[in-house]
Design a protein around this ligand. Structure first.
Ligand SMILES: C[S@@+](CC[C@H](N)C(=O)[O-])C[C@H]1O[C@@H](n2cnc3c(N)ncnc32)[C@H](O)[C@@H]1O
Length: 256
C-alpha cells in the first residue's frame, strides 16, 4: 500500500556471514525488503525509508537513519538491583507485586517495567506486555533473545496489539495487576534514542475510559505512570504513590 510505512532490514557494515544470514532470514520472516550493505553508508544503502532494522553481533537496533534505538535495560538495571537487594522498588511497592502474580503491561514500550515486574513476581509469575507499534514490539521481542533474566524472574510474553482492544476482549479480573504507562505529552528527555522511541510510539494519552477498562481486567489494582494529575484521576480512584523519583506513579483499586 502506498501509505504503509517503509521498513527495511539490513546489517552493520562489517557484519559477518552469520549476521548476514540472520538478517536475510528475519527480512523473509517479516516480509520486508533485505538491503545488502556491501560496505556502503546506511543512507546510501537503504535510501528513503521510515525505519531500518539493523542486525549486528550484539543483536538488532531500530534506526531512523539519524538516530537509533537498541534494546537495553537502561535505568531498569538499577531497579532490578534494588529488588535483588530486597530494597523498595516503586512499581513493586505501588502494585504490591507478589511471587506468582499475573501482570498485564498494557504499554510495553522498551519493556523496562515488564522486566522489573517479571523479577518481582518471580519464576512462578507471568507478564504479558502489549505494544501497538510494530517496530517497537519487534525491538523488544528481538532484544529478549539476547537477555538473560535469570532463574528468579518470570518470562515476558510480548503481544502486538492495541491494548484498548486487548483489554476489551480480556476477561474480568483476569490479571492481578495492570500497568498503564502511555507516552507523556511533554517529555523531558530528548536524546537521539528517545526520539526514535517517540517517532514510532503510539502517542495516545491516558484517559478515564482506558483506566476503567484496565480496572475491569485487574483483580488487585491498576498502576499508572503520568506526568501530571488530571482532573478526573480521583473519580477513577487514582491516588498518587509517593515515589521520590522524576516520574509520578498512581494506583487505583480493581473494579470499574
Ligand atoms: C512510555 S512508553 C512505555 C515504557 C515502558 N513502560 C517501559 O518501561 O519501557 C509507552 C508505550 O506504550 C505504547 N502504547 C501507547 N498506546 C498504546 C496502546 N493503545 N496499545 C498498546 N501500546 C500502546 C507506545 O507505543 C509506547 O511504546
Amino acid at each position: 500500500m502506498e501509505n504503509d510505512p517503509k521498513y527495511v532490514v539490513t546489517t552493520s557494515r562489517r557484519a559477518g556471514s552469520d549476521v548476514l544470514a540472520l538478517a536475510r532470514d528475519k527480512a523473509a520472516e517479516w516480509n520486508l525488503p533485505y538491503v545488502d550493505r556491501a560496505g556502503v553508508s546506511l543512507v546510501d544503502a537503504v535510501g528513503d525509508v521510515d525505519a531500518v532494522f539493523i542486525f549486528d553481533l550484539d543483536g538488532m537496533s531500530l534506526s531512523t537513519g539519524e538516530s537509533s534505538l537498541r534494546f537495553s535495560l537502561g535505568t531498569a538495571a538499577l531497579r532490578l538491583q534494588s529488588i535483588s537487594r530486597g530494597e523498595p522498588e516503586t512499581l513493586m511497592r505501588a502494585a504490591n507485586l507478589q511471587p506468582g502474580d499475573n501482570v498485564l503491561d498494557a504499554t510495553l514500550g522498551l519493556g523496562h517495567d515488564s522486566l522489573v515486574a517479571a523479577r518481582a513476581v518471580g519464576s512462578t509469575g507471568s507478564i504479558t506486555g502489549v505494544e501497538s507499534s510494530w517496530p517497537l514490539y519487534m525491538l523488544f521481542k528481538e532484544g529478549l533473545l539476547h537477555y538473560e533474566a535469570g532463574d528468579e524472574s518470570s518470562t515476558v510474553q510480548p503481544v502486538f496489539d492495541d491494548s484498548r482492544r486487548f483489554l476489551e476482549s480480556a476477561e474480568e479480573s483476569s490479571f492481578d495487576v495492570v500497568i498503564l504507562d502511555p507516552m507523556f505529552a511533554n517529555p523531558k528527555r530528548s536524546d537521539g534514542s528517545f526520539e526514535v522511541l517517540r517517532k514510532f510510539a503510539n502517542p495516545s494519552s491516558l484517559d478515564a475510559a482506558w483506566v476503567e477498562m484496565a480496572r475491569r481486567v485487574a483483580k488487585r489494582c491498576v498502576v499508572v505512570k503520568s506526568e501530571r494529575e488530571a482532573s478526573w484521576f480521583s473519580s477513577e480512584g487514582l491516588e498518587r504513590v509517593s515515589s521520590g523519583g522524576r516520574v509520578n506513579w498512581y494506583w487505583a483499586p480493581a473494579g470499574s
